[in-house]
Write a protein that binds this ligand. Structure first.
Ligand code: FMN
Length: 184
């Protein structure tokens, strides 16, 4: 799929068909998480792949009862291990870790779109409950759950902000680009 189309077609999909997702598609989605920029070349993202029905139900419960999660054949639990990053960057590592997780999540969501599959970035979770279900150590961060499924029908695109709304020129709040001054 053309890159522009992938960007525009990506959306949060929460209604899933009962069709299976192949292991090769699952692998391709997870692979996409590898190719992100990372501070100091320290890779922090870890993925826990869940297909067990009971565990998926427990994850949906841990995600404040967002039941659609359990209907996906796979749930990818995106985590961060910040130990090495903290040794290099101190408290700044908390910010870098979140940014790296976000980059990995978006890469995966774009791959999901390219494959014609469905997912949704689920961030509303009881992190301790997620850790209990999957035996994730206390010092690991839970970043998001990504259900991976086939879509049931087509999802409406959400309205996105205009470029002019999100862009300033030269200083905060300046909406118009002034022509550069002549150097003489
Ligand atoms: C940090 C973050 C957390 C989110 N958490 C949830 C969530 O818990 N449940 C959910 O259904 N969607 C969640 N979403 C998806 C948003 O609702 C969705 O991205 C937004 O409505 C825009 O729609 P779109 O993704 O289709 O463009 C989350 C998205 C982000 C970036």
């Amino acid at each position: 799929m053309d890159f522009k189309k992938v960007l525009k077609e990506r959306r949060s999909i929460r209604r899933y068909s009962s069709k299976k997702v192949s292991v090769s598609d699952l692998t391709a989605v997870c692979e996409a998480a590898r190719f992100i920029p990372v501070a100091g070349n320290i890779y922090t993202v870890r993925l826990v792949i869940v297909s067990d029905e009971k565990k998926k139900e427990q994850l949906a419960e841990a995600a404040l009862s967002q039941d659609f999660i359990a209907k996906a054949p796979f749930v990818i639990v995106v985590c961060s291990d910040l130990k090495q990053l903290r040794r290099s960057y101190g408290t700044r590592a908390e910010i870098y870790g979140k940014q790296q997780a976000g980059a990995a999540i978006e890469n995966m969501l774009l791959k999901v779109t390219e494959l014609g599959l469905a997912s949704c970035w689920v961030g509303a979770t009881d992190d301790n409950a997620v850790k209990r279900v999957l035996k994730i150590p206390e010092d690991i961060q839970i970043e998001a759950l990504l259900p991976l499924a086939n879509p049931l029908g087509k999802e409406e695109a959400k309205k996105k902000p205009d470029l002019s709304f999100i862009t300033y020129f030269e200083k905060w709040g300046q909406r118009t680009a002034k022509p550069a001054k002549k150097p003489y």
